[in-house]
Design a protein. Structure first.
Length: 257
């Protein structure tokens, strides 16, 4: 069931205005017929829907009547356009919307800025690690065959991999159209661990001989390595902040699926 608390009121208000071309603050029958006709709904059905929405039977649909109707009988064609269906108003839908909005704030210039960095900005490593986990691009941290005892520079490997991914022409498109259902359940366990102890700590727990040993007693950000407050407070570039919001939103959406 759709959740009224998760309604994008601004979007609903804009659509109401579009369906009210006269601008008098109410939708008449002919206006609703025109609007629904563009969605493929015939006039006969539009008239029935109008009568259902016009609760006080004054011949007009006021905005609050319009909102009530969206949650009490409006067809799928309407609720999907107004984003008042369960897919958009549920906790999962809101998390996905938040993730896409965060990704939408990232510009090509923002990505160019961080891709030019030799090392990740403070707080950025864990964020891009989460990004790679979700996109199934997380690198293999196994040591080279001839150097079994070699210590692994997790930061270097993860950052280089992330930069390659972020330099792809379709990267921003993939963020906006990411299919959360493609993420395997085990990925959320890895994301949880990264959030708790960072990617370096996670790798160490997995038995990787890390170059920089993780010590939990020295971790000032335990449990919030993927938190947006952390990257904002540390002055991370806009791209990292946007990616953090995307990772956080997708993670929440996956957990509430």
């Amino acid at each position: 069931m759709a959740n009224r608390n998760g309604m994008d009121r601004k979007r609903v208000r804009n659509i109401f205005a579009q369906w009210d071309p006269s601008g008098d603050g109410k939708i008449q029958l002919d206006e609703l017929e025109d609007a629904l006709g563009k969605l493929g709904i015939p006039k006969e059905k539009a008239e029935r829907l109008f009568n259902a929405a016009d609760v006080n039977h004054d011949g007009d649909i006021q905005f609050e009547e319009f909102v009530d109707w969206l949650f009490q009988g409006a067809p799928d064609e309407v609720t999907s356009v107004t984003h008042t269906d369960a897919a958009h108003t549920s906790s999962r839908g809101q998390a996905l919307q938040a993730a896409r909005e965060a990704a939408g704030r990232i510009t090509p210039q923002d990505l160019q800025e961080i891709n030019s960095m030799y090392l990740p900005p403070n707080g950025g490593l864990d964020v891009v690690a989460g990004l790679l986990v979700l996109m199934d691009e997380f690198p293999d941290l196994s040591p080279p065959t001839k150097k079994k005892k070699a210590k692994i520079d997790v930061e270097e490997i993860v950052w280089k991999t992330a930069c390659k991914v972020m330099k792809r022409r379709d990267f921003r498109f993939k963020l906006q159209h990411f299919d959360i259902d493609s993420v395997p359940n085990e990925a959320y366990g890895q994301l949880h661990a990264i959030n708790q102890i960072g990617v370096n700590g996670w790798a160490q727990d997995e038995g990787v001989k890390v170059k920089d040993k993780y010590v939990i007693e020295l971790d000032e950000h335990a449990g919030e390595h993927l938190g947006t407050k952390r990257v904002v407070s540390r002055g991370c570039p806009k791209a990292v902040q946007g990616l953090c919001g995307w990772v956080q939103g997708m993670r929440e959406a996956g957990v509430t699926a």
